[in-house]
Ligand binder design. Structure first.
Ligand code: RIB
Ligand code: CA
Length: 337
């Protein structure tokens, strides 16, 4: 009888907590990134959301620009957001196998267009990002840590190659990358992050971790506009001014290339997905990465209709609420200095 009453009381307490909108536990998060214009906006959104995202560390990788600049830019974003307690670990200076490529034509030589860059006060954390990933993920509670991948997947791939058992510490991996329905951005079929290190993406895909991809299929539907940039500019703080200046410089290339009135903020959709997944929809599919030399190098082949009758290995996001995204981004940027 006593047990029954106890269970009843526990049930009542749980319901009252849920009805009071009790805050879910924050996501235990590592952000792997190659800042990068849209990476910095993603970092701002994440660092402005401490109730929902417990950022353990930022790990950097070569990608948009060389490692020393992606690492400097991650430290700058951290300083600008007033979150210098978050450690930044530098990782892989080059892809697993292929010849390194960069995107300075898009992100500028400093990897951060539209704003002045300087040497941040606080330095890098000691130790390499790959070692940090192995040590952290191998000692974490089972399936407790989320990894957001905003650049080439080299760091996580190297960690998985050295210590495959780290999958046990990973809750899920959310990737900005890939392209299916509307073609690529660095080649007619490949998206930059996958093209920059397809072998790394294959390692992560074959590790069996719970994977969600936000490809160009969705990021090209969440576009800036004059009104949306004004929505951010009207916040009138340093962070919003930096974001507007960065995005105005960053989106020009895509607007010209695709002949569209606004540009994508690719990486920021990963953080928005973590904060408000209801803004996005997709499907569990079987996906493969092409790492063979040739015209389809770096392509993600997504079996959207299940033709191959293979079990799904990735949640492939194709739709996003663009205004809901910019409303979220604006609300959070307002919190920053
Ligand atoms: O294709 C877009 C991706 O490549 C983004 O992550 C951008 O930062 C670049 O790294
Ligand atoms: Ca990036």
């Amino acid at each position: 009888m006593l047990n029954c009453a106890k269970r009843l009381l526990q049930g009542v307490l749980l319901m009252s907590m849920l009805s009071a909108g009790a805050q879910a536990a924050p996501i235990d998060l590592i952000i792997d990134t190659d800042p990068g214009a849209d990476d910095v906006v993603a970092l701002f959104l994440a660092m402005a959301s401490p109730d929902e995202l417990k950022i353990r560390a930022i790990t950097t990788v070569a990608g948009n620009v060389r490692l020393e600049k992606t690492s400097r830019n991650a430290r700058l974003a951290r300083e600008w957001a007033g979150r210098e307690e978050i450690p930044v670990y530098a990782g892989a200076p080059r892809p697993l196998l292929r010849t390194p490529i960069y995107a300075a034509d898009i992100h500028g030589e400093e990897g951060l267009p539209g704003v002045a860059v300087s040497e941040p006060q606080k330095g890098l954390a000691n130790g390499n990002a790959v070692r940090y990933l192995i040590d952290t993920l191998s000692s974490a509670k089972p399936h407790s840590i989320t990894v957001a991948m905003l650049g080439p997947q080299t760091n996580l791939a190297l960690a998985l190659i050295e210590a495959p058992e780290i999958v046990n510490g990973i809750k899920e991996v959310i990737v900005m990358g890939g392209a299916h329905f509307n073609g690529g951005n660095i080649t007619p079929v490949a998206e930059f992050n996958l093209f920059a290190d397809p072998h790394a993406a294959e390692v992560v895909l074959k590790s069996g971790v719970k994977l969600t991809y936000l490809p160009l299929d969705v990021t090209h539907k969440v576009l800036t506009s004059e009104a949306r940039l004004k929505q951010i500019a009207d916040l009138n703080n340093a962070a919003s001014k930096r974001v507007v200046d960065i995005l105005n410089a960053y989106v020009k290339a895509d607007m010209k290339h695709y002949g569209i009135p606004g540009g994508p903020v690719h990486d920021t959709t990963v953080i928005a997905y973590l904060l408000k997944p209801e803004l996005f929809t997709g499907r569990q599919v079987f996906m493969q990465v092409d790492s063979r030399d040739g015209p389809t190098f770096g392509q993600t082949i997504t079996d959207w209709y299940g033709t191959l009758k293979q079990p799904g290995n990735v949640t492939w996001i194709t739709e996003g609420d663009a205004q809901g995204f910019f409303d979220l981004l604006s609300a959070r940027l307002a919190r920053l200095p």
